[in-house]
Design a protein around this ligand. Structure first.
Ligand SMILES: Cc1cc2nc3c(=O)[nH]c(=O)nc-3n(C[C@H](O)[C@H](O)[C@H](O)COP(=O)(O)OP(=O)(O)OC[C@H]3O[C@@H](n4cnc5c(N)ncnc54)[C@H](O)[C@@H]3O)c2cc1C
Length: 324
């Protein structure tokens, strides 16, 4: 089910438990000329392109491709299978005193999904904030020709130019009152609640006693306990979980190069100066999230150091008409 509550339908789902079974599923679907998509644990992607077209497609679940294969503290590498989540990756790295320095803020993303969409945190430091820019080796199974048995296995490392092509695949290229004042009051409440609760940070694991909050990076960089909360009538489900009547929003994300980003920010400031209440609707959804993303060698990565803007806002319950 997608965030707009529309349902992805496929003819069947395959659950390979090994690379050999995956190869066999891919080659059979290739011979039958079927469309395939990879399905992950929480399927966090918002665009609906992750669904195979029509109802005859094949979903390949990576549910059983879920192992951390090795932790090599000396080489500072950690080969994993695709279903491993960011949470597992951070936790296992920490045990070996390693860190993935910059990550998305959400634990539930899988390594396959992260790489599929070029997911990132925020920094221009070092290799930047995109997880794919820390990938040094990839093993890929894709559809192949008859000479490959209809499925091809490729191993790419930093000596292969193709690694830059493959490491980002971009599969998919409340209100109490409805008037502007009501929205602005609501937006102030959201902002002050988040700030007063320090966006969930605590000094001792339980309470916020004051700033600065000093914790190890692996305890601060990413979150998502609601994903793992007990299934007790879903009262502790994540607020956007489609099984509950929770948050319902559309999201627009775009990137602007650092060389011209000042103009965009000034334009937004001018809009607010012209009509101070005009953007309060965005405040209800935590405002505009700005994150630094560094230029990447990935062919589908960013071409220059940039800022990514994420804007979440009200959406209609009709899946076909997102409101801009
Ligand atoms: C609450 C929340 C917080 C988020 N925070 C961030 C953030 O901080 N930064 C950020 O950049 N993004 C963020 N996102 C967006 C997120 O990174 C993407 O939606 C990501 O793709 C989700 O990963 P997933 O594992 O759920 O993959 P899915 O949504 O299931 O899959 C994404 C795409 O990757 C493909 N795919 C998955 N595995 C494989 C594989 N093994 N081989 C080939 N293709 C594969 C899928 O078919 C699909 O097309 C957030 C999303 C949510 C819901």
């Amino acid at each position: 089910m997608f965030p707009d509550r529309s349902v992805c339908k496929a003819a069947n789902v395959s659950y390979p438990t090994s690379e050999q079974e995956l190869i066999s599923a891919v080659s059979m679907a290739t011979i039958a000329k079927r469309k395939m998509e990879v399905a992950t644990r929480f399927s966090h992607s918002i665009p609906k392109l992750v669904c195979p077209d029509g109802e005859d497609g094949l979903l390949i679940s990576t549910k059983y491709l879920n192992k951390i294969l090795r932790v090599d503290a000396q080489a500072m590498t950690m080969p994993v299978e695709s279903w491993v989540t960011l949470r597992q990756k951070i936790e296992e790295a920490t045990k070996a005193e390693l860190a993935l320095p910059y990550t998305p803020y959400w634990w539930g993303l899988t390594i396959g999904g992260l790489m599929g969409t070029g997911a990132h945190g925020s920094t221009l430091y070092g290799n930047g904030s995109s997880v794919h820019d820390y990938v040094v080796e990839l093993r890929i199974v894709s559809a192949g020709g008859a000479e490959d048995g209809y499925a091809k296995v490729r191993m790419l490392n930093e000596t292969h130019q193709d690694l830059h092509a493959a490491k980002v695949s971009l599969e998919e290229n409340q209100e109490s009152t409805n008037d502007a004042t009501g929205k602005c009051n609501g937006a102030m409440l959201v902002a002050s609640t988040l700030m007063n609760t320090a966006f969930g940070l605590t000094n001792n694991g339980i309470l916020l006693t004051g700033y600065p909050v000093i914790r190890f990076q692996n305890r601060l960089q990413s979150s998502g306990t609601c994903l793992y909360s007990p299934q007790d009538k879903l009262i502790r489900a994540c607020s956007w979980d489609s099984r509950i009547k929770g948050e319902f929003f559309h999201q627009t994300t775009f990137t602007i190069g650092l060389s011209v980003v000042k103009n965009f920010i000034e334009d937004v400031q001018k809009l607010v100066a012209l009509e101070p209440k005009s953007l309060c609707g965005l405040g209800l959804y935590n405002g505009i999230l700005m994150r630094y993303v560094k230029a990447s060698s990935a062919y589908l990565g960013k071409q220059e150091d940039s800022i990514d803007f994420d804007i979440a806002y009200y959406r209609s319950k009709d899946p076909m008409t997102p409101r801009l």
